[in-house]
Design a protein around this ligand. Structure first.
Ligand SMILES: Cc1cn([C@H]2C[C@H](O)[C@@H](COP(=O)(O)OP(=O)(O)O[C@H]3O[C@@H](C)C(=O)[C@@H](O)[C@H]3O)O2)c(=O)[nH]c1=O
Length: 183
């Protein structure tokens, strides 16, 4: 696994290696020993899988407040997505800055998103699937969201916004009441 730092502290791209032979290929998706450099003493609590049918669909921007704040490791195992992280850690020098990366079944990399960052993605090819490794349990009480269209964040979505859930459409826009996440 090769770790690449990004413009947001604690957000990493991890390049995964494929070992190919005449039958196809073999690849390690998760290794506690290698990922300890990023994960410290965190452990994976849940692994989730999502499928999105239509290109243009957006999910996000989602995060969990403490005590259920979580690190997420995300891979695209089918299709292609534009994956976005927004730093909402109150005291971070990159507060409200976003970072985007293409994840796809061909590129074979994952993104690591630390606690205090919101996550969303836009599907760029129909029938895309993401695999998520989470260091905390899903908690609807601690879960919150930000609007994917918030001009204060100003994410440049690569293609026209298609489907979006009712819940995601109703997420807050940032205003002076928004303090971010204090970890
Ligand atoms: C996220 C989640 C949802 N659910 C349920 C709630 C709901 O009935 C159904 C679909 O939930 P959602 O609409 O929130 O699914 P979705 O919009 O795909 O949520 C995901 O979005 C991306 C951007 C992330 O970062 C993920 O962590 C997760 O929040 O699944 C769980 O049971 N466990 C979970 O971990």
């Amino acid at each position: 696994m090769i770790f690449i730092e990004t413009s947001i502290s604690g957000v990493f791209i991890v390049e995964l290696q494929r070992i190919s032979d005449e039958r196809g290929w073999f690849s390690r998706l998760y290794c506690a020993e290698e990922l300890v450099k990023i994960m410290g003493n965190r452990h994976i609590a849940q692994i989730n899988h999502s499928y999105t049918r239509t290109s243009g669909t957006i999910r996000g921007l989602h995060f969990q407040y403490p005590p259920k704040a979580e690190m997420k490791l995300i891979q695209c195992i089918r299709g292609k997505v534009f994956d976005v992280v927004v730093d909402i850690r109150t005291n971070s020098p990159t507060f409200l800055k976003w970072f985007g990366v293409i994840l796809s079944e061909e590129e074979h990399k994952m993104i690591v998103i630390p606690e205090g960052c919101a996550h969303g993605f836009q599907v760029l090819s129909s029938n895309s699937e993401l695999l998520y490794f989470h260091t905390n349990y899903y908690s609807p009480e601690c879960e919150d969201g930000l609007s994917v269209m918030d001009p204060k964040i100003a994410i440049k979505w690569p293609i026209q916004i298609g489907e979006i859930s009712e819940r995601d459409l109703n997420h807050q826009y940032i205003n002076s009441d928004f303090l971010g996440v204090i970890l």
